[in-house]
Design a protein around this ligand. Structure first.
Ligand SMILES: *Cc1c(COP(=O)(O)O)cnc(C)c1O
Length: 243
């Protein structure tokens, strides 16, 4: 068994234990493998171990890696899902619209409009999440919780996007209780939008939060997708979680 395969097993075991603690079904939480800074060979190992969804932060790196993995012709490759989880500047929307299945870090209407306009006609609509800033100041990425519903309403009117949920990247909090408290703020935004009755929310089902260090707290607070990098691929030698 490879290290990556072994690590994936350990993360799945942690997720299952966290679901058990929270009285949730193990199928209610998905694993996004964050492969940023690791090469196509590492992705290949994870795919061969059964992993299908991958998160990338740096768009140019991701575009090259997606092409390299595609060229490998791996079994199961048609089911791969690539998620953009890094900041999206407006001059980078086109490669995101053309190469990814999901963009999780939408925090401004202008970015959403460009992604919708630039999504190629032959592709499925782009899945998007609204990134919510639950703990930072005005300099941090993400929409403030009080502004998320209005952004959701505007995104729902765009033709080539499907609004799938909420994502957040809180700063490290000290200990389980503090981690839960901050994740609950994102969960509250998710529930508010879900209960809003806005048209077009049929696929609004994703609460993306929790990483290697705090996935248990995120699952306790209702996460439906944990994003795990170092716990699967090992320590990164360059790149930081929130560039
Ligand atoms: C890097 C990154 C992760 C994974 O972090 P780990 O601590 O390595 O699990 C998750 N989400 C985002 C947005 C990231 O940038």
């Amino acid at each position: 068994m490879t290290t990556i395969e072994n690590n994936l097993g350990q993360i799945h075991a942690r997720m299952a234990a966290a679901c058990g603690q929270a009285n949730r079904s193990v199928t209610s939480v998905q694993l996004l493998a964050v492969s940023k800074t690791f090469g196509a060979d590492a992705v290949r190992e994870a795919v061969l171990a059964g992993q299908r969804s991958f998160g990338e932060n740096y768009i140019q790196e991701a575009v090259e890696k997606i092409a390299a993995v595609r060229a490998m012709g791996l079994p199961g490759a048609e089911a791969l899902q690539w998620h953009c989880i890094g900041p999206i500047q407006s001059n980078k929307t086109r490669p995101v619209a053309e190469n990814f299945d999901w963009a999780q870090t939408v925090d401004r209407l202008k970015i959403a409009e460009r992604l919708s306009a630039q999504r190629p006609a032959g592709m499925e609509p782009l899945n998007v999440c609204i990134q919510v800033n639950v703990d930072g100041g005005e300099t941090k990425s993400g929409v403030l919780p009080g502004d998320a519903l209005a952004l959701a309403e505007a995104i729902l009117k765009l033709p080539n996007l499907v609004l799938r949920g909420i994502m957040s990247i809180p700063d490290d909090a000290p200990g389980f209780e503090a981690q839960c408290a901050v994740h609950q703020k994102a969960a509250a935004v998710f529930e508010l939008i879900k209960a809003s009755g806005l048209p077009g929310l049929a696929q609004f089902d994703t609460l993306s939060m929790g990483m290697t260090g705090d996935l248990e707290a995120a699952v306790a607070a209702g996460s439906t997708m944990v994003r795990v990098g170092s716990g699967i691929f090992g320590r990164r030698t360059y790149g930081t979680p929130t560039p």
